[in-house]
Design a protein. Structure first.
Length: 155
């Protein structure tokens, strides 16, 4: 196994420059499309996720005739849901509130920025993008980041 020499590494190799626009699109798609699908596949509902007692465990067991592939899909979906909730919890307070209201409580953007006391402009140009980028940093099951091409030229 090759030993890493941290003295010869630079931050650009470990953390390439993020393409924020593409990353925002990835996270928005994940939270708006993928997460709800994974919640359904896992046998949960969005209201289950709002409960503070959600523990990430299956609430309904697959039927005895289920195939291995179906069981694996369900278990993977459970992990996606669990890791999503963990990622949201690791975001800072304001970002966590935005993500919770938008994607777990399923409130509209307008309801969210009004409830949290942000102006429409600061919400859309500062806070919501910040929350989505923080989520990308905290979500550990898959990498939702997109990187600028020039970032990989040096790698």
């Amino acid at each position: 196994m090759t030993e890493l020499n941290f003295d010869e590494m630079n931050i650009g190799h470990l953390f390439p420059e993020v393409d924020e626009t593409a990353t925002l699109q990835n996270v928005t798609h994940f939270l708006s499309v993928t997460l709800p699908k994974m919640v359904r596949v896992s046998g949960q509902s969005m209201s289950d996720l709002k409960s503070p007692s959600y523990d990430g465990m299956l609430k309904s067991q697959p039927s005895g005739n289920a195939t291995d592939a179906r069981i694996v899909r369900r278990l993977y979906a459970e992990q996606v849901v669990k890791r999503t909730l963990e990622a949201i919890k690791h975001c800072d307070k304001d970002c966590r509130s935005i993500l919770d209201e938008l994607y777990l409580q399923e409130l509209s953007d307008t309801m969210c920025f009004m409830d949290l006391g942000f102006s429409e402009s600061s919400y859309f140009h500062v806070w919501k993008p910040k929350a989505l980028l923080q989520f990308a940093d905290c979500y550990m099951l898959d990498d939702l980041h997109s990187f600028k091409k020039s970032s990989f030229d040096a790698v």
